[in-house]
Design a protein around this ligand. Structure first.
Ligand code: NZQ
Ligand code: ZN
Length: 392
């Protein structure tokens, strides 16, 4: 078991109509001029943006808006947001949407409070020294960005998708009303559930220290999301299932399920980020398409964890060799993905990659992890390429 630092400063308001308390939250954290940042328009169509701006107007809080954060959010809009905030004297950011709007807002926050090019942080050239305070109204349970220290941005030039993490960008508050997620298409709900499970699985499949309380929390979280993802595939308006998944999303990525271990493996995410950068696929679907190939490739190097996962999460029978049990667990995950409409390989993801494209992704992925990474199994460029090939 390893020592750890656990820091979750985000104030969470969870439940119906909590978005009506947005002005109170912004005041509590000192905001006087707000940039409301959102995505491609779902919050306009649902009426959420209008409800939130009315709350701010009634409270006399000045705001401006900037929409347009796309899935796999782009650096260009981040630059635009930084200029806008500087020009308008914005001192608080409010992201209304999913991981893309939140991450884009976090990047804007870094850009406003630090000198120089904000991409330097994502390019591992420098470390940020501050970020504008940020609040979130969450509309999709997925990334956990509403409580996490990370932000993932895509630079259009070269299609490079990179994450940067620091405690400065952890949101001051997160407003989570499960009803706001009921307008999601089923595909996006399933992508979100996949991402939530993956954030826990990345921390679970390690060779570096484990803690029973963390394992039990992780397994409970995984079983809960699995069960409720299946409910939502048939009954998308089920409030309780939405709520279970939404809270799981935050707990899956606020550090809780990494306490006592080495921080996790994270290679499925790194491999997916290259897919997201190059083919602009939905993050959760990209993870589902790559995970089975990653799992088969690394399984023997992390066998006790794969066996435990199969028995405790995927309800595999305790019969046969450890390897057979572990493999049955991987197959059960793929069955689950199929049931919720997620892909299990690149073809099903809609990506037909050439050899050269796979090699490019493996190269960029290796560069992104400074040569190699992974706790279940340490992977280098040739391993990454083998996994991409197996996933094709
Ligand atoms: O853009 P709009 O119009 O809002 O539509 C979005 C988007 O098309 C739509 N949507 C969201 N809420 C909705 C809704 N549609 C109807 N009703 C609602 N209530 O769903 C689509 C996906 O939204 P997006 O914000 O892109 O999804 P997600 O939350 O999955 O974020 C994905 C991004 O976050 C990154 C991913 O790589 C990807 O770039 N990640 C961020 C992490 C973090 N900051 O901690 C960790 C993750 O591992 C991940 O890498
Ligand atoms: Zn993720």
């Amino acid at each position: 078991m390893y020592g750890f630092q656990y820091y979750t400063p985000t104030k969470v308001l969870f439940g119906k109509q909590t978005e009506l308390r947005t002005a109170e939250m912004i005041r509590e954290f000192g905001g006087t001029k707000v940039l409301i940042h959102y995505g491609g328009g779902s919050v306009v169509r649902s009426g959420l943006l209008a409800r939130v701006t009315k709350v701010l107007e009634d409270a006399g809080i000045a705001y401006i808006t900037l929409g347009g954060a796309v899935p796999n959010p782009h650096l260009k809009l981040v630059y635009e947001g930084i200029e806008l905030c500087k020009k308008e004297g914005v001192d608080f950011l409010l992201a209304v949407g999913g991981g893309s709007a939140i991450d884009s807002a976090k990047a804007i926050g870094y850009g406003v409070t630090n000198e120089g090019d904000v991409w330097d942080f994502y390019d591992y050239k420098r470390k940020a020294k501050a970020c504008l305070p940020l609040g979130v109204i969450l509309t999709i349970a997925a990334t956990g960005s509403e409580m996490s220290d990370s932000s993932v941005i895509t630079k259009e030039e070269g299609l490079v998708k990179r994450g940067y993490s620091s405690d400065y960008c952890r949101p001051k508050f997160a407003i989570m009303n499960p009803e706001l997620t009921m307008t999601l298409p089923n595909y996006q709900t399933a992508c979100g559930c996949t991402d939530i499970m993956m954030h826990t699985m990345e921390r679970y499949f390690t060779n570096g220290g484990n803690m029973e309380i963390t394992d039990s929390l992780a397994e409970g979280l995984l079983r809960t999301v699995k069960a409720n993802a299946l409910i939502l595939a048939k009954d998308p308006k089920n409030y309780d299932a939405r709520a279970e998944v939404m809270w799981a999303g935050s707990l899956a990525h606020n550090g809780l399920t990494g306490c006592g271990n080495d921080g996790g493996d994270w290679m499925t995410h790194k491999l997916e980020h290259e897919l997201g950068g190059l083919y602009d696929v939905a993050h959760g679907a990209g993870l589902a398409a790559i995970w089975g190939s990653w799992a088969r490739y690394v399984m023997k190097d992390c066998l006790p964890r794969f066996k435990r996962f199969a028995l405790n999460v995927m309800d595999v029978k305790n019969e046969g060799t450890d390897e057979e049990i572990a493999l049955a667990g991987i197959e059960a995950v793929e069955d689950f993905y199929r049931q919720i409409g997620m892909p299990t390989n690149l073809r099903e993801l809609g990506v037909s990659a050439t050899d050269a494209e796979l090699a490019e992704m493996a190269y960029k992925c290796a560069v992104g992890v400074k040569g190699g990474m992974g706790s279940a199994k340490f992977l280098r460029e040739e391993d990454m390429l083998a996994i991409y090939r197996a996933a094709r």
